[in-house]
Design a protein around this ligand. Structure first.
Ligand code: SF4
Length: 243
């Protein structure tokens, strides 16, 4: 009974956070009460380096990602392979203009072999939906592809071993914007140890890609007060994707 009560409590907490995000959306958009869905079309001519891309190039991305995923299936480059159930490669639109990058798979992700499908993942899905997008419009990946035991933070050896795969994913997809979720992703891309609270709220550069840092959805579940900042950050991303 107690477990059920806790579950109910967590559920209402999640609903509260999502409800608030939705409130911000409706308040912010205020254009006839409808959430605006920006174009998910592949890049325009203004979006280097994907000018004038053909369907052949998109197919090539699919093939390259599939080949990389195949390579990862049997990866033993760091000790995390010994405790994983599945390799969580990442998923979404190979032609995405927006890529979310988190820290690593949790228990549910390890079980399903998909990124961001646990409680934090459900919240990320709601955030993506509140932006007027679906998970199929974006690409979602993590710094490490195998679950660190007990959901601990991946150590330097594990990150160094695994991030070349993430870099390859970024090179193949060539998103317009990357949203780094939490400090592990932010520190990897920006080579800094600064806190998320310092890094968030403005665009950084990762090569030619615009990079926004925001709080990880798991942090948001524990700290619902940060929802306003997350909403501000994703609004900036929405604006940038329209440019
Ligand atoms: S975490 Fe990355 S580098 Fe380590 S075993 Fe898994 S796929 Fe390989």
């Amino acid at each position: 009974m107690r477990g059920r009560g806790i579950q109910e409590g967590l559920r209402s907490e999640l609903l509260e956070v999502v409800g608030s995000l939705k409130g911000y959306l409706l308040e912010a958009v205020d254009t006839g009460g409808k959430a605006q869905r920006f174009s998910t079309e592949r890049r325009t001519t203004a979006d280097a380096p994907g000018e004038g891309e053909s369907s052949g190039e998109v197919a090539s991305r699919v093939e390259q990602l599939a080949a990389l995923e195949e390579e990862l299936r049997s990866c033993r480059r760091c000790p995390l392979w010994t405790t994983r159930r599945t390799v969580v490669f990442g998923e979404g639109n190979p032609d995405a203009r927006l890529m979310f990058v988190g820290e690593g798979p949790g228990e549910e992700e390890d079980r399903q072999g998909r990124p961001f499908v646990g409680r934090a993942g459900q919240l990320l899905t709601r955030i993506i939906n509140a932006m007027g997008l679906s998970r199929d419009d974006v690409y979602i990946a993590n710094i490490v592809k195998c679950r660190p035991p007990g959901n601990r933070v991946p150590n330097p050896e594990e990150k160094d071993a695994c991030t070349p795969f993430l870099c390859r994913q970024v090179e193949i997809i060539k998103p317009r914007v990357i949203c780094a979720l939490g400090s592990v992703a932010a520190h990897f891309f920006l080579k800094t140890e600064a806190a998320v609270s310092v890094l968030r709220g403005r665009f950084h550069s990762y090569g030619s890609i615009d990079l926004m840092v925001t709080y990880h959805p798991a942090y948001l579940l524990r700290n619902p007060n940060a929802k306003k900042q997350v909403w501000e950050d994703v609004q900036e991303i929405t604006k940038r994707l329209k440019q």
